[in-house]
Design a protein around this ligand. Structure first.
Ligand code: BTN
Length: 243
């Protein structure tokens, strides 16, 4: 493996959350920079906005990557979101699947969710001391009940070898997380779901039609609403046009 991500791999049968396990390894100083924690199953998988991440046993990737950046300012931490989202998209491209990013970091294929990212950063003053990059990627799960989701196996009609997918993902992370700010921002914006399409959203003033134009340097979503550009944080906006 070229690069730091994957220098050390912890393979667990079951854990509450790989992100929590990673946090414990960091506080106990038991892992290296770039360590990866994989689990066959999570009893309390965490999603964004306090949601649960539910994933079948041994069918998917549930993984956290520990990253101790050299000298990353708090204002640069958004590049971790951009780089990780792009790594998942590029991994999927390599498997012949075309994907997009639903802001801020959900990965969609044919209007169905295939992966989610939960990044938990530890800050020291104005620097990022540790980042725990959690990725849930549907690989071999074939049934999702009523959830609007898909997997690599469903898209390709072929069961995959999880280690192979994981290694490709780590290789992409080893490349993309070290790209510069402007490159990552532009690439990320080019892959935004609904960009430049008139769509329906809801903010504190109610439902409105608007167009996603890009993101700010802080990662806020820029929407053209009634001929004016408005910036939104995660809690300030709901997508009404669903994938
Ligand atoms: C989301 O889309 O809401 C984010 C989901 C992130 C899930 C992954 S699975 C591995 C890691 N451990 C967790 O508890 N969550 C992340």
């Amino acid at each position: 493996m070229k690069g730091i991500f994957g220098v050390q791999i912890f393979n667990l049968d079951e854990v509450d959350s790989t992100n929590n396990f990673a946090a414990k390894l960091i506080s106990d100083q038991l892992c290296q920079n770039g360590a990866v924690i994989m689990s066959d199953y999570q009893t309390l998988g965490k999603g964004q906005r306090g949601n649960h991440w539910i994933s079948n046993k041994r069918e998917n990737i549930m993984m956290s990557v520990v990253y101790q950046p050299d000298n990353m300012s708090v204002s640069e931490q958004i590049t971790l979101t951009w780089g990780t989202s792009l790594a998942v998209v590029e991994l999927l491209t390599e498997f012949g699947i075309s994907a997009q990013v639903k802001w801020p970091n959900d990965i969609y294929v044919n209007r169905k969710k295939i992966a989610g990212v939960l990044i938990e950063n530890q800050l020291m003053g104005k620097r990022v001391s540790f980042s725990i990059i959690g990725i849930g990627l549907n690989v071999n799960q074939l049934e999702f009940g009523l959830t609007n989701a898909t997997s690599i196996a469903l898209e390709k009609n072929k069961i995959q070898i999880i280690e192979e997918v994981r290694n490709t993902l780590l290789a992409k992370m080893n490349d993309l997380l070290f790209k510069d700010f402007i490159f990552l921002k532009q690439k990320y914006e080019s892959l935004l779901f609904l960009k430049d399409h008139e769509s329906e959203f809801e903010d504190e003033q109610g439902v409105f039609k608007g167009k996603i134009k890009g993101v700010t340097d802080e990662g806020l979503l820029i929407i053209l609403k009634e001929n004016r550009l408005k910036n939104y944080g995660i809690k300030q906006l709901t997508f009404r046009t669903e994938p």
